[in-house]
Design a protein around this ligand. Structure first.
Ligand code: FDA
Length: 509
């Protein structure tokens, strides 16, 4: 339903009468031919795109898209939407797995798209950078590497992910075990709250500053920019992927079993992520990132994980920025216009493993992976340990620290418009999640906030969800930190202006 609501004309009038007028930056389905392309621009899950009839039919699209170019325009959009009773959602990079930034299951809404707020300013002497939320990770990484060859920012692997949503939900990448998450490396931020105020860290206070670093997006306000703490990386490091196809499922079980027993205990400088899928046989791609040269790496690997059979010719040395391109699947000689990234319709789920999975569970996963068509299923294992186990589980809202061996991200992808195809793939991943229940974290079962999964539970579409109702999914993402998040929410946004299907509701006392 994109029909203009009566309040919409009031919104336009309100915005256009502001000093810093933004009339030219507002798009509606009725009045602007660019509406569809502006909406589509950063939709990264085609399940919720304009053209997809099956999933998107039950979702509400924005009645208006506002694309501010200045922070005062963000403030005006918040104030005018609130004044006229319009619900507001913010989008940075559009990678939300459930489309929560641009498609709603509840009321009509205004979409505040930060696409025009994407500047990055690096300050090498202080090892920091101010980056606006609309910047994507590639822009952040490129700006840092242009300023220094030995500074980096520890965030995600996918270059098109937006900084705004990514840090709001945590953010892991290939140096997680050395430096922690993106949200662990934030010095300051600028937040526009529900009263339209711009608050830096000192003004918002430490509780709100804690909550915005991983406590979920679209909940406490709109973070317009972040002050990133940059980390030191060597001029040359080792980054490469080695693939293994086992001759039988049992052989793959042995290899992955060995992996899960060592991966969280390796030196902090070494991170080995694994991507598992199947064509005929189960295949595993080991993504190796080592903050050092290949000679030492080979020694470490021969001592700790000889079963991988790593050889000198597998190991590639490069700069940190080249490793970004490698893990994003860009060929090493690629130009700016090459893009290996395409987005399929997908559903994601996540789990945390505290005790290595028994062989029967690994075998059970492989047999399920064989049940979908080749290439449709992907499991990504993300080891913890190292720095992650030395950061307290309440230092930020992300609670999966000491005691977590690795996280599993699992995905299923498909194409086509038929409802039956979608249902079959959704059924497959739900069954896999159910199958893993006895083997993964429990009471509550864990999930990663940045891997949004509406199967875990949802807020009431009216916005009236109670804290008790929301605990069902909230404690899966945040464990004991959920209560503190709900109290912070009550302090910064008591009227629950910023909300979506899984935003933290206010808990006041
Ligand atoms: P999007 O704009 O959709 O926002 C996500 C949520 O945050 C929404 O609720 C939105 O309203 C809110 N939000 C956005 N901007 C905000 C702001 N400025 N202030 C407040 N709230 C805001 N994760 C990871 O940790 N490591 C990885 O390597 C990857 N890789 C990856 C690849 C692909 C292809 C996908 C689709 C996703 C990932 N992710 C990931 C998950 C990703 O980190 C997660 O989806 C982020 O929330 C995406 O942030 P965007 O800004 O792109 O999304």
């Amino acid at each position: 339903n994109t029909q203009p609501q009566p309040q919409y004309h009031d919104l336009l009038h309100c915005l256009c009468s502001q000093e810093d007028a933004i009339c030219n930056l507002i798009y509606t389905a009725q009045n602007s031919t660019a509406y569809a392309s502006v909406l589509q621009f950063s939709i990264r899950n085609p399940r919720f795109s304009n053209n997809n009839a099956s999933s998107s039919s039950s979702r509400t699209k924005p009645i208006a898209i506002v694309t501010p170019t200045t922070i005062p325009q963000v403030q005006s959009t918040v104030l005018c939407s609130r004044k006229h009773g319009l619900h507001l959602r913010v989008r940075s990079g559009g990678h939300d797995f459930e489309g929560a930034s641009y498609a709603s299951l509840s009321s009509p809404f205004v979409l505040l798209d930060l696409v025009n707020l994407r500047s990055v300013t690096v300050d090498v002497p202080s090892k920091s950078a101010w980056a606006q939320s609309g910047a994507v990770l590639a822009e952040v990484y490129h700006s840092i590497a242009s300023a220094s060859r030995t500074l980096a920012f520890p965030a995600g692997l996918c270059p098109t992910v937006g900084l705004g949503g990514h840090i709001s939900g945590g953010g892991y990448g290939t140096t997680l075990r050395k430096f922690g998450m993106a949200a662990d490396n934030i010095r300051d931020a600028l937040l526009v709250d529900a009263d339209g105020r711009v608050l830096d860290r000192a003004a918002m206070g430490e509780d709100v500053f804690w909550a915005i670093r991983g406590g979920g997006g679209n909940t406490y306000g709109i973070v317009v920019s972040w002050k990133l703490k940059l980390v030191r990386v060597p001029l040359r490091l080792s980054a490469f992927t080695v693939s293994r196809t086992a001759s039988s499922d049992a052989e793959m079980t042995k290899l992955v079993d060995r992996y899960q027993r060592v991966t969280d205990k390796l030196p902090d400088d070494l991170m080995i992520l694994v991507m598992i899928g199947a064509v005929d046989q189960v295949q595993a791609a080991f993504q190796v990132m080592y903050l050092g040269g290949k000679e030492r790496l080979l020694r470490v690997m021969n001592e700790s994980f000889p079963e991988l059979g790593l050889k000198e010719e597998d190991c590639k040395e490069m700069s940190w920025i080249e490793s970004v391109l490698h893990f994003a699947n860009y060929p090493s000689n690629s130009t700016r216009t090459d893009s290996p990234i395409s987005f399929a319709k997908l559903k994601a789920k996540s789990d945390y493993v505290g005790t290595p999975l028994p062989e029967s569970a690994l075998q059970g996963i492989w047999s399920r992976v064989h049940q979908v068509e080749a290439g449709a299923a992907l499991l990504h294992l993300i080891p913890h340990g190292g720095m992650m186990s030395r950061i307290s589980d309440s230092s930020t809202p992300y609670p999966y620290r000491a005691g977590t061996v690795y996280k599993i991200q699992y995905y299923v992808a498909w194409s086509g418009e038929q409802k039956e195809v979608e249902e079959r793939h959704l059924g497959w991943i739900r069954k896999l999640h159910e199958f893993l229940t006895p083997f993964v974290s429990k009471n509550p079962r864990g999930a990663y906030a940045n891997s949004r999964d509406l199967d875990l539970g949802m807020n009431d579409p009216t916005g009236e969800t109670s804290y008790e109702q929301a605990r069902v999914w909230g404690e899966q993402y945040f464990k004991h930190n959920f209560e503190r998040l709900a109290r912070v929410k009550a302090a910064i946004d008591p009227s629950n202006f910023f909300r979506n299907e899984q935003s933290v509701p206010p808990l006041s006392m």
